[in-house]
Write a protein that binds this ligand. Structure first.
Ligand SMILES: [Zn+2]
Length: 292
């Protein structure tokens, strides 16, 4: 049921992404009204053509009237949103029940509220990644909302959870090894300031060619959301993913080296990897050197 709810949310996010106009505010709702149309021939879609994923497959990925190939983004965004809506509470549920087992005594509301906050963080991630991919820009409004959700998460962790060596982190016991686990506010704000300045330095040194201010603000928001050391792992992974992507682009298209590559999607992908498997990633990494 959560997956299907996510598919429906995803089909709405498609509209938000496709109709986003960088010259206008993200919150400008004018371009969200009006029926969905084929972007090529402007044929209005019938009600039975509006089902997430299913309609796309039934139409064979083509407009019924003009046979124009439909954007692959439609089903991808829908499926990713479906997976996030189901996967986020699934993972948090595992953590929640493990914690119940060790009698931290967090009530069931802890799990429900935390799930809703994190699902929305992932919704913003998906919208942001695809807007950045299409328009090569990260809307300030989304970075601000993400930072706001980060503050809400920290407030919430602080309210319910005892912040300890392995709490409020997705890298488990490795958090202690990577240092600085003190007050949760100090941890998350400190993490945000550190990665914000790190990315700012990259932008200044590379003259804005490597990444833009949108990425700097995004990584700051990620610092508040994930805290230390999780955000460090996100930064590390995003550079690896970016490098792999860069090599693929180089092999495929040798003449187009200087093409602008959006960095936002790499940060989002790295964040998802840390959320869903941060501990296993570090486990395999340190395993390479025979540590732990
Ligand atoms: Zn058409």
């Amino acid at each position: 049921m959560l997956f299907i709810l996510g598919l429906i949310m995803g089909s709405f996010f498609n509209v938000v992404i496709l109709r986003y106009d960088p010259k206008q505010s993200f919150f400008n709702l004018d371009h969200l009204t009006g029926r969905s149309k084929c972007v090529h021939c402007h044929k209005q879609l019938k009600w039975y053509e509006l089902f997430p994923v299913i309609s796309f497959m039934a139409l064979g990925g083509k407009c019924k009237k003009c046979k124009a190939v439909l954007n692959w983004q439609y089903p991808v965004v829908e499926i990713l949103t479906g997976l996030a809506t189901f996967g986020v509470p699934f993972l948090l549920g595992k953590i929640f029940f493990i914690k119940q087992l060790f009698l931290t005594g967090n009530p069931i509301e802890w799990f429900v509220i935390l799930s809703i906050l994190w699902i929305w963080v992932f919704y913003f991630f998906i919208i942001l990644a695809f807007i950045d991919f299409r328009h090569k820009i990260i809307p300030n409004e989304i970075n601000f909302l993400l930072a706001l959700f980060g503050v809400a998460l920290v407030f919430f962790y602080n309210l319910y959870d005892k912040f300890g060596l392995a709490s409020g982190t997705f890298v488990g016991g490795y958090a202690a090894m990577l240092g600085f686990r003190d007050n949760i506010w100090a941890n998350h704000i400190g993490a945000a300031v550190f990665v914000f300045l790190l990315f700012l330095l990259v932008v200044v040194l590379s003259n804005g060619r490597g990444m833009g201010m949108g990425d700097v603000k995004l990584v700051g928001a990620l610092g508040i959301i994930f805290g230390w050391p999780d955000v460090l792992l996100i930064v590390f992974l995003s550079f690896i993913i970016g490098a792999i992507y860069g090599i693929i682009i180089l092999i495929k298209d040798k003449n187009n080296i200087s093409r602008l590559v959006p960095f936002g999607p790499f940060l989002v992908l790295a964040s998802a990897l840390v959320f869903f498997g941060g501990q296993s990633i570090l486990h395999s990494y340190f395993g390479l050197f025979g540590i732990l």
